[in-house]
Design a binder for this molecule. Structure first.
Ligand code: SAH
Length: 255
């Protein structure tokens, strides 16, 4: 069975566009009480901040080690699995998990050696579609429909608690066979999406339609498939050939 601290070290809590530094402090405390350490802050409105330290109530090391990023993908570098916490179901729907189901999936991934992110949105607007597009599934805490939104740090606490309970349980996933290839990590996926978007342009796929919607759909497809590095290389190869053919066709039509 994998070591609990090894598993915990593969998990990170990512807070996106947090408005209130107090919530960052409370979130640090929440994850620290459950045995987690790693906090990533994406475009926080105010950080570092005295309010964050006050509410961390001793979880200062988590805050001191928290890294600040200018974009979500920077907070996800190295991650093979990202789960977005959202109170609302969004336009481009992702698979929806309860915190308990999510905890089991997260631990199974961590036991395979994968790095996992739990992504939380802004206090008012939550996670936007473009942010959820980095995620493989959505986690919804089953609150009531007419008042569904928890305080950010409390949502962090619920998720961290479920992870802790799952880790203390006796059905921890076993380490997998060595030859399993992990899914590609976030930066590699972003590189692939850029290549895909460029290729769609090159082959004039859009024909006046909006590129954003189709890219969100394609991201959803590939996030669900979770290709490994080898599979991504094949896909890059196909895209490169399509680009080459498109360039040849263009050159030919100019003759
Ligand atoms: N109106 C926003 C709520 C933001 S609350 C929305 O609809 O998402 C701030 C963050 O706390 C959310 O982005 C989410 O990450 C988390 N959160 C709050 N309530 C939640 C719930 N019921 N389920 C899952 N995450 C929740």
């Amino acid at each position: 069975m994998p070591d609990l601290s090894d598993l915990a070290a593969r998990l990170r809590f990512v807070l996106v566009r947090t408005s209130h530094p107090g919530n960052i402090g409370s979130a640090a405390r929440a994850i620290r009480t459950m045995g987690f350490e790693r906090l990533e802050l994406v475009m926080p409105a105010r950080f570092p901040d005295r309010e964050a330290n006050a509410l961390a109530a001793g979880a200062d090391e988590v805050l001191a080690n928290a890294r600040v990023h200018a974009e979500l993908v920077a907070g996800l570098v190295g991650c093979n699995l990202a789960l977005g916490l959202s109170a609302r179901r969004r336009g481009v729907t992702l698979a929806e998990l309860s915190p308990r189901e999510a905890a089991l999936q997260v631990l199974a991934a961590a036991a395979r050696g994968e790095q996992v992110a739990l992504v939380f949105g802004n206090e008012r607007s939550g996670l936007e579609n473009a942010e959820l597009a980095y995620c493989h599934a959505m986690v919804r805490i089953p609150s009531v429909d007419d008042f569904s939104s928890l305080n950010l740090a409390q949502a962090v606490q619920v998720m961290a608690y479920e992870l802790r309970v799952a880790m203390l349980g006796d059905n921890l996933p076993a380490a997998p066979p060595e030859h399993d290839e992990p899914p590609a990590e976030a930066t590699q996926m972003e590189q692939f999406y850029r290549h895909l978007a460029q290729t769609l342009d090159d082959i004039e796929f859009h024909k006046g339609r909006a590129a954003t919607t189709i890219m969100l759909r394609l991201r959803k497809l590939f996030q669900r498939a979770r290709p490994d590095e080898h599979e991504l290389r094949v896909l890059h190869g196909i895209l490169a050939d399509a680009q080459r053919m498109a360039a040849q066709a263009k050159a030919g039509s100019r003759l």
